[in-house]
Design a protein around this ligand. Structure first.
Ligand code: LMR
Length: 394
């Protein structure tokens, strides 16, 4: 039966992780997959998560099923975290999903049910899983202009010109903050313009927000999304607790739908639940139960927010150090983009020959396309990283 299958394609990020594990060099640098590491190079369990976990182990009384939508306290808490005090808040409905990729897939299936001929527009470049997930649901996918490799910034004028041509058959997939892979985010003025264009042209904004709190702060990172939520009648959102709660392997995310009315949102939620029933049935409970416990209690929430601030400050400190040390050693400001980007990643603009040379000669691993996980860097490694970049001709 299986003899006719094609050899599977290797995922560019997960494949790299295997190569890094196989590399025996003690000074290898893993700047590939998006995980946060602290100064010791570890991806620790956050203290708030640890405490919630301890309490859960003591107090949980059953492992019986919860329901297709998962933990509804978690769903409401994430809606609050993203949309509190916006006009959309009272019309939003949420579904717990296995990670944000699960949310992307469920929302893609919702689009396919509601608008079978829709085209989903993704940024060029975008998260490597955006296109495969949308296509797996049978949707058409097209690129919109985004990153300018020369300036390492978003070409907002070209992006907005293209978005102005979208219409009712189109869905615009936006990164809520900390753009993956580039690290280059759009301005609030651009979000404002997108809201106006969505109102005029009738396309549906779809916001993927996987790094809330890793850029400029929890509220600041949701500002663009909240602007859309205040103005627009319809909006869909995929969100993740992998990074900001450090719950990567627990696969904890949510799909949120905002319709014209709460009734419409609940209808859309019902459609997603049908799709979930036809695939994985229910999301795993553990991570969502921890997040619900943390967001539901002032002491745990404060502890979590303080830890998140430390992580955020560390990333921005690493960015500032990269700028400083590249300036010193290259005698130029051409690496200043590290300080302008936000979140875990920066696209460095390095070509494949540079990336290969860094990997082969120096054991420095980055994803193809030149994405570097700044949040995975140890501060003590920055001088060697800078030297190696310059040695390979970057
Ligand atoms: C990444 O982009 O490195 C992460 O979001 C991991 C993933 O799910 O691909």
């Amino acid at each position: 039966m299986f003899e006719r299958l094609n050899a599977p394609k290797q995922d560019p990020i997960l494949g790299l992780t295997l190569a890094i594990m196989a590399d025996q060099r003690s000074d290898k640098m893993d700047l590939g997959i998006g995980v946060y590491r602290n100064a010791e190079g570890a991806t620790p369990i956050m203290a708030a998560v640890r405490q919630a976990q301890r309490e859960q182990a003591e107090n949980q009384t059953t492992k019986s099923y919860i329901g297709l939508a998962g933990n509804e306290t978690f769903n409401s808490a994430l809606i609050d975290l993203l949309l509190a005090d916006t006009a959309a808040h009272s019309r939003a409905a949420g579904i717990q999903t296995p990670g944000a990729s699960g949310a992307l897939r469920m929302l893609a299936e919702l689009i396919k049910s509601a608008r079978p001929d829709a085209t989903v527009w993704i940024s060029n470049p975008s998260y490597v899983n955006h296109r495969p997930v949308m296509e797996a649901a049978g949707l058409k996918v097209a690129d919109y202009t985004y990153f300018d490799v020369a300036t390492k910034q978003v070409n907002e004028a070209a992006m907005l010109d293209q978005i102005a041509t979208l219409g009712e058959q189109d869905v615009l997939l936006l990164h809520g903050c900390c753009h993956n892979p580039t690290g280059a985010d759009i301005s609030l003025q651009a979000w404002q313009r997108i809201a106006e264009l969505a109102e005029q042209q009738g396309f549906l904004p779809f916001v993927d927000i996987a790094y809330q709190g890793f850029g400029d702060g929890l509220m600041e990172d949701a500002a663009g999304l909240r602007l859309l939520a205040d103005r627009l009648p319809e909006l869909i959102i995929a969100t993740s607790c992998s990074k900001n709660f450090g719950l990567y392997r627990e696969r904890t995310g949510a799909a949120i739908v905002v319709g014209h009315t709460l009734e419409e949102s609940l209808k859309a939620k019902g459609r997603i639940l049908e799709v979930a029933r036809g695939s994985y049935t229910m999301p795993p409970d553990h991570g969502a139960a921890l997040v619900a416990a943390i967001l539901g209690r002032d002491d745990l929430k404060t502890l979590w927010m303080d830890e998140l601030t430390v992580m955020n400050q560390r990333i921005n400190h690493l960015r500032a150090e990269l700028v400083r040390q590249f300036r010193d050693r290259s005698d130029s400001d051409r690496f200043d983009y590290f300080g302008e980007h936000r979140g875990m990643f920066s696209v460095t603009g390095l070509g494949n020959e540079h990336i290969d040379a860094l990997r082969v000669e120096h054991g420095i691993y980055m994803v193809g396309g030149g994405r570097m996980n700044v949040a995975g860097l140890a501060e003590r490694d920055i001088p060697r990283l800078v030297d190696c970049f310059l040695a390979v001709g970057a």
